[in-house]
Ligand binder design. Structure first.
Ligand code: HEM
Length: 422
């Protein structure tokens, strides 16, 4: 099915459309499993089973540009601005911008080697080791929020806690939390939106600071490793693989900061909004804390922080009858798959007793499935638990307008969330 113009302003970053693109996604799903947007020159894969099938073919559907057209445009704009920076600056900013050609932007066999070397560092037992720290960070952050007044939950909780947890896991002092936030914003600045030249200059400077900091931290851990994640990255080995290079190590850190902090922030924001809008849901979760896990999965399914990932075809191919030429951009629309009613009954509603809560694609699927999902789930669970345990009511202010969402059709999150805790 071909559409010659995107009808609803998604790509024009229209607020209303970005806040809830799901009706548009439903229309695309009804048009077919593959919809070609002629004006964007993108093939959108809308259905759950077909997206999973594409993700099982990482060579044919390459990850060379997983963040899509806006990132490619940003890379060109940044390259133009970089002309007046030093050669070293250009190399470093390009590596951070390209996510270091490691994991996220790599294809097999390099990607397979990266995963073998790094999977162990983020497996469930590594997260379990710092679970008490995560609980403590969440408890203190919720405890320090003023009661009875209107606050921005993003500023007070959803932004700092995931960053602080990530810094703890990496083994970096808490004092760097603000820098982590700045670096995460710099790394993600170009995803699904455009940047001014001034913004590009600011972002490049932040990316250079990021590089200098992590290079020094990694080199010191290569010499004297500890128990933290940065030491695991610095010293990662396997029986059959060449060790990671320094660029690969810093590139991986840029992915952790870029992919890890911001996304969990968005999950906490949407989960808190859903609770603030529905007192009976809050009460149910307070009475039955074992439902907090399924609730977080439902929010992930309904409001995926990453709406979809892009692939580039490395050969002519066909997807469910649609011919796709080599070099085409394919958008795997996870936000659509998550509401595919052949997989999820009553897909637009929260169901805490859903039989298949983890079948959503918000962490992707296949070889590129999110390496940080265990951490994200633990952080969200600790924060939501503390919010519910330490309050009687999470409410939206009486005068609340619809929350503004960030201007990106890829990264889906609230720009701010005003609530009152009592
Ligand atoms: C709610 C939170 C999160 C969401 C929704 C999320 C989502 C995703 C998605 C959709 C992918 C891409 C899968 C694909 O290519 O199709 C991904 C990959 C990745 N994520 Fe996450 N993520 C989250 C948290 C984290 C955290 C906490 C970390 C790090 C600590 C992390 C690190 C990564 C990395 C490094 C990759 C690349 C993996 C690869 O290509 O092999 N993410 N994530």
């Amino acid at each position: 099915m071909t559409l010659d113009a995107c009808p609803h302003g998604l790509f024009a970053l229209d607020q209303e459309q970005l806040r809830s693109p799901y009706d548009l996604y439903r229309q695309w799903r009804e048009m077919g499993p593959v919809v070609y947007l002629e004006d964007q020159d993108i093939y959108i894969v809308t259905r759950h089973d077909l997206i999973k099938s594409v993700n099982r073919q990482p060579v044919l559907f390459s990850n060379q540009n997983p963040l899509g057209p806006s990132s490619a445009l940003a890379a060109e704009a940044i390259a133009a601005v970089l002309a007046d920076f030093s050669e070293e600056a250009v190399t470093r900013a390009t590596i951070v911008l390209n996510r270091g050609n490691v994991l996220f932007t790599a294809d097999p066999p390099e990607h397979t080697r990266h995963r073998r070397l790094l999977n162990v560092a983020l497996k469930r037992s590594a997260i379990d080791r710092i679970k008490d720290d995560i609980d403590l960070i969440a408890r203190q952050a919720v405890g320090s929020i003023e009661r009875g007044t209107v606050i921005d939950l993003n500023k007070a909780l959803a932004v700092p806690v995931p960053i602080h947890c990530l810094a703890t896991l990496l083994g970096v002092p808490r004092a760097y939390t603000d820098d982590f936030h700045r670096w995460a914003e710099a790394i993600n600045a170009s995803i699904g939106s455009a940047m001014s030249e001034d913004k590009i200059r600011e972002v490049i400077q932040d990316q250079m600071d990021f590089w200098s900091f992590f290079e020094a931290e990694i080199v010191s851990r290569e010499q004297a490793p500890g128990q933290d994640l940065l030491s695991a990255i610095a010293t990662a080995t396997s029986a059959i693989d060449a060790p990671l290079t320094l660029s690969e190590k810093v590139g991986f850190c840029s992915q952790l900061i870029g992919a890890g902090a911001d996304t969990t922030t968005k999950l906490i924001g949407f989960a808190t909004l859903a609770m603030a809008q529905d007192q009976s849901l809050q009460d149910e979760l307070r009475q039955s804390p074992e439902k907090i896990g399924p609730f977080a999965e439902e929010i992930l399914r309904l409001e995926p922080p990453v709406q979809g990932m892009f692939r580039v075809t490395t050969a002519d191919t066909e997807l469910d009858g649609t011919h796709i030429p080599q070099g085409s951009m394919v958008w795997l629309l996870y936000g659509s798959a998550n509401r595919d009613d052949s997989v999820f009954a009553c897909p637009n509603h929260v169901n805490l007793a859903r039989p298949n809560p983890g079948d959503h694609l918000s962490f992707g699927s296949g070889p590129h499935i999110c390496i940080g999902a265990n951490l994200a789930r633990q952080v969200a669970h600790s924060v939501l638990t503390q919010l519910l345990v330490q309050t009687e009511r999470i409410a939206l202010p009486e005068s609340a307008e619809q929350p503004t969402v960030l201007p990106s059709y890829v990264m889906h999150g609230l720009a701010s969330l005003t609530v009152r805790l009592t």
